[in-house]
Design a protein around this ligand. Structure first.
Ligand SMILES: NC(=O)c1ccc[n+]([C@@H]2O[C@H](COP(=O)([O-])OP(=O)(O)OC[C@H]3O[C@@H](n4cnc5c(N)ncnc54)[C@H](OP(=O)(O)O)[C@@H]3O)[C@@H](O)[C@H]2O)c1
Length: 288
């Protein structure tokens, strides 16, 4: 890995509600060891990272909250995201789940609250509950995750409130052109989860070759491609050296030809699984 600058300035994107969001953050899915969480959060913060992405289903909101408190910095310097899980949506308990999330994180508000998955029969109702959370000020911005255009359209039609953000799996091996284009057309910020495809493109020759021109790794090149598409990314790592590597992507730019060459790597590779309870869902037509 190349040398990391002392201080990396991570640029922000502006959301459709006027709030801003860091273009890069730390994902903490599967970070369930207290020491690992502490080390990862501390390393990310030192690299300039202010956005931390968790979810109630990760079972680590409390660990993240503790690690953040140990940073001993003003809350407003941070950007915290969490998500409501499917069972709470089915039970009509989105606001209860949200309160429990705040308790576990040990914070008065989250910067971004997302519907984790579109659950058949719950989409519109859950979105209305998120709108109320935004109105209360306890969720500064609200959005969704894993939503296809059909579900996004349904939310807008029902409430007139367009999600600020859609968090979807997105990386060079699955660029999600249709959903990204739809989000761009409606002013919805896209945020990429599994932006490293969980390691699946580390050995791809094309990314290595393009990256080597700038002294960057395949992982850095893939992340940079996302940022240049206007997509926010939340790579996960528990290793400080990798966290630093993933953050060190703001001192170079890919050319148009390089962006196009990476676009062409798309093979529709899904690395995160669809939850069992949603396995039979037809996302192309689901609207309620
Ligand atoms: N909304 C959703 O449905 C959803 C679904 C999945 C994930 N997410 C969010 O998105 C975040 C990121 O996604 P993800 O964790 O699934 O996948 P990812 O960020 O694409 O990949 C993480 C994996 O790559 C390794 N890694 C990290 N940096 C690396 C580097 N520079 N070189 C080589 N390997 C590296 C990590 O290992 P080490 O930790 O050992 O370094 C880990 O095994 C999650 O943590 C979570 O916050 C959301």
């Amino acid at each position: 890995m190349n040398k990391v600058p002392d201080k990396i300035i991570i640029p922000s994107f502006t959301l459709n509600d006027g709030n801003s969001i860091p273009s890069l953050g730390l994902g903490v899915y599967k970070t369930t060891d207290e020491k690992e969480m502490h080390t990862a959060v501390d390393a990310a913060y030192r690299c300039g990272c202010r956005l931390f992405d968790t979810a109630s289903v990760y079972g680590n909101e409390e660990l993240l909250g503790n690690a953040i408190r140990d940073l001993d910095i003003p809350r407003e310097e941070l950007f915290l995201t969490s998500k409501v899980w499917n069972n709470a949506q089915r039970l009509g308990d989105v606001s209860g789940a949200f309160r429990r999330t705040l308790d576990r994180l040990g914070t008065d508000y989250v910067d971004l609250y997302l519907i984790h998955w579109p659950v058949p029969g719950c989409i519109r109702q859950s979105w209305k509950e998120l709108i109320r959370l935004k109105e209360s000020g306890l969720a500064r911005s609200i959005g969704v995750s894993n939503f296809a255009p059909a579900q996004l359209e349904a939310l807008e039609k029902e409430t007139g409130v367009i999600p600020a953000l859609n968090q979807i799996e997105c990386h060079p091996l699955w660029r999600q052109k249709e959903t990204v284009d739809y989000c761009l057309s409606r002013g919805i910020q896209v945020q990429a989860y599994a932006p490293l495809a969980r390691g699946a493109y580390n050995d791809r020759e094309i990314l290595r070759r393009i990256g080597s021109k700038y002294g960057k790794t395949a992982a850095q090149t893939g992340l940079r491609w996302l940022i240049q598409r206007g997509i926010s990314a939340i790579p996960k790592s528990v290793h400080p050296s990798r966290i630093a590597e993933n953050a060190d992507i703001f001192d170079f730019s890919l050319t148009d030809a390089e962006m196009t060459a990476i676009d062409a790597m798309d093979e529709g590779l899904r690395t995160a699984h669809v939850p069992q309870d949603l396995a039979d869902t037809d996302w192309a037509v689901l609207t309620d």
